[in-house]
Design a protein around this ligand. Structure first.
Ligand SMILES: Nc1ncnc2c1ncn2[C@@H]1O[C@H](COP(=O)(O)OP(=O)(O)O)[C@@H](O)[C@H]1O
Ligand SMILES: [Mg+2]
Length: 266
């Protein structure tokens, strides 16, 4: 099962990705977290890793090469390490070691980041992310959680075509609600049936009620609520790993809604 976490910039996509990964790890899953938001750089820290893995983009020689490398299949054995991305199926163990950082059941893979000002358009990364997500083969106890880039552009590039469940992070703002409606429509259009909002940074029950009202007008189902939490805020401010303990109960309720019976571990 592959879950993508999308929403407005700053709504809490990386935080929710981390909380879900930790909650799923607690349930015994091996979680593959995929950093597909090229503009952020804090996800690895939230997850408790000191560094980011080398982006997959480097496997294909950087942005300019992505389009040339992807269609080629198959290559001579000696070149296979660098061309894992051109295979028809990729499992976690196929990915060369420097591109995966793992600890205790959580692995982090990064698609790629814009590091140079003149690297320009993000499209090749969309192609790479799309191909990788489609080809990634998971075992029964593995789940993937994808930290998507902000906005809806990734839908246009087909990055979601390998995704089973879309989570839209909604913070208490008009833009966030509007974007949730849009994402809901775009995800259903490409055939995704499991689409849920997760309310985040909610300061009170009254605001939860208001957000749910607004989202129901847009036909968006809500999986649950993560309150505004000073522990999360402070960890973010200091660049520390997220301690999921404060929101353990809420995260667990959300996971119950997201996981269909077919993928539950006994
Ligand atoms: N539930 C929450 N309570 C308090 N602060 C939060 C919460 N969720 C996110 N934040 C803070 O909001 C900011 C944006 O979160 P982040 O996950 O980086 O957003 P995104 O990945 O969507 O850009 C960070 O400073 C983070 O610490
Ligand atoms: Mg982020």
């Amino acid at each position: 099962m592959k879950i993508s976490v999308c929403g407005k910039g700053g709504s809490g996509k990386s935080v929710i990705t981390t909380l879900l990964a930790k909650g799923l790890q607690d349930r015994g899953y091996e979680v593959v977290v995929i950093d597909s938001d090229e503009s952020n750089s804090g996800l690895h820290r939230m997850l408790g890793f000191e560094d980011s893995p080398v982006p997959l983009l480097d496997l294909v020689g950087g942005k300019k090469e992505v389009k040339n490398v992807l269609p080629k299949t198959p290559l001579p054995l000696a070149e296979q390490e660098t061309s894992v991305i051109s295979r028809s199926q990729i499992s976690l163990s196929d990915i060369p070691r420097k591109h995966v950082i793992s600890n205790n059941g959580i692995s982090l893979v990064s698609v790629g980041k814009i590091l140079q000002a003149l690297e320009g358009c993000a499209c090749p990364m969309g192609v790479l992310g799309r191909e990788f997500l489609k080809k990634l083969q998971l075992t029964d106890n593995q789940l993937a959680v994808v930290d998507m880039e902000a906005g809806v552009e990734h839908f246009g590039r087909g990055v979601e075509s390998g995704i089973d469940t879309v989570v839209v992070v909604v913070d208490p703002s008009f833009e966030s609600i509007q974007l949730a409606g849009k994402i809901n429509a775009m995800a259903s259009e490409i055939g995704i049936k499991s689409i849920f909002a997760v309310l985040n940074k909610v300061p009170s029950d009254e605001i939860t009620v208001k957000l749910k009202e607004e989202l129901s007008k847009q036909n968006v189902a809500v999986a649950g609520t993560i309150p505004h939490d000073s522990g999360i805020l402070e960890a973010g401010l200091e660049g520390r790993p997220l301690q999921s303990s404060e929101t353990l109960v809420e995260t667990d309720l959300i996971i119950d809604v997201l996981l269909p019976r077919s993928v539950r571990l006994t």
